[in-house]
Design a binder for this molecule. Structure first.
Ligand code: UDP
Ligand code: MG
Length: 310
């Protein structure tokens, strides 16, 4: 459970989740990841750890972002089954028994798909739709639309995710990339209990860009296509100008055409350069090989790595 400024939600959400989990399995743990919150989330979480031995707190050294917090949680999770949930109460814990049921039927991944997204504006929804269309275009792995991080995974899927070396952790893409038998279940997200969402349109946009650059080379291919189309158009136009001269002897007055084409092509070139620079920047991030997150301290033992005890 990644938590960023969730001090007011944790005291309600954690006991409610724990109560349900205890009815499902003999040995459970709840791993809270404090992602450098600016309120007293860390203290609240430590109190919860003191109250319940099942609760573990991973305190990150600063705010690394939800994807990094999830990575930290996945690396610490020892259970045979791991469920990712938000700490704000938006993910209904009542869905977990159903997910577990599907796991018992032999599926390795059970991901929850939002039926509606009422907290999003129409523009946001429309952009999201296009994002998935674009990122999935011509890709071997399909990233399901409207599936968030609320999901249940078998330990072997978690290990596959942990083994992925990349720094650029667009989790939605990584889930799809590792594969494994998966099934979707519908759910209705609950309203946030307290506080506000950390992801506005801007945050979503930057996450979308990250995902696009990490999981698709479609933008580069589009550029190649635009370049080809422009080159052929230019050739056609050139031939037309030459023909015009020889057929009718027209000396084409060129001022406007020149200005417009120079501006148009330099625009396209700068845009291409910028797009390539985005990819290069991501490569730079990858080669630096900095860790995805830094742990400040850990509270609570949780499940120990003792396979075969359940
Ligand atoms: N979160 C996090 N780090 C961040 C931002 C958010 O760990 O930098 C957590 C947050 O505490 C919550 C989850 O990620 O548990 C989802 O965040 P939020 O509710 O803000 O997003 P939304 O539900 O609107 O997509
Ligand atoms: Mg939320």
């Amino acid at each position: 459970m990644p938590a960023y400024n969730e001090a007011r939600n944790l005291p309600q959400v954690v006991p409610a989740v724990l109560q349900v989990l205890k009815t499902l399995a003999a040995r459970v743990e709840i791993i809270l990841i404090n992602d450098g919150s600016r309120d007293n989330t860390a203290q609240v979480a430590r109190d919860l750890c003191a109250q319940w031995p099942e609760v573990v707190l991973l305190d990150l050294s600063r705010n690394f972002g939800k994807e990094a917090a999830l990575t930290a949680g996945l690396e610490a999770a020892r259970g045979d089954v791991v469920v990712l949930m938000d700490a704000d109460g938006q993910h209904p814990v009542e869905l977990v028994p159903l997910m577990l049921q599907k796991w018992r039927e032999g599926l390795d991944v059970v991901y929850a798909v939002r039926r509606t997204r009422e907290d999003q504006s129409a523009l946001h929804g429309w952009l999201t739709g296009w994002f998935y269309r674009l990122i999935n275009w011509g890709n071997r792995v399909e990233i399901p639309a409207n599936a968030g991080d609320f999901r249940l995974m078998d330990q072997r899927v978690v290990q596959a995710l942990n083994a992925l070396p990349e720094r650029n952790r667009f989790m939605k893409g990584l889930y799809a990339w590792v594969g494994f038998p998966s099934v979707a279940v519908d759910y209705e997200p609950l309203p946030r209990q307290a506080g506000q969402s950390s992801f506005g349109l801007r945050g979503a946009f930057s996450l979308a860009l990250t995902g696009m650059l990490a999981f698709s080379t479609v933008p580069l291919r589009l550029l190649t296509m635009v370049g080809l189309i422009l080159a052929f158009t230019a050739m056609g136009y050139g031939a037309w100008v030459v023909a015009e001269y020889f057929l009718w002897g027209i000396l084409v007055p060129g001022y406007a055409t020149i200005v417009v084409s120079v501006m148009f092509f330099s625009g396209i070139q700068l845009f291409s350069l910028g797009l390539m620079a985005e990819y290069v920047g991501r490569i730079y991030d990858e080669v630096k090989r900095r860790p995805n997150y830094l742990l400040k301290d850990r509270t609570g033992a949780g499940l120990q790595a003792t396979p075969g005890q359940d």
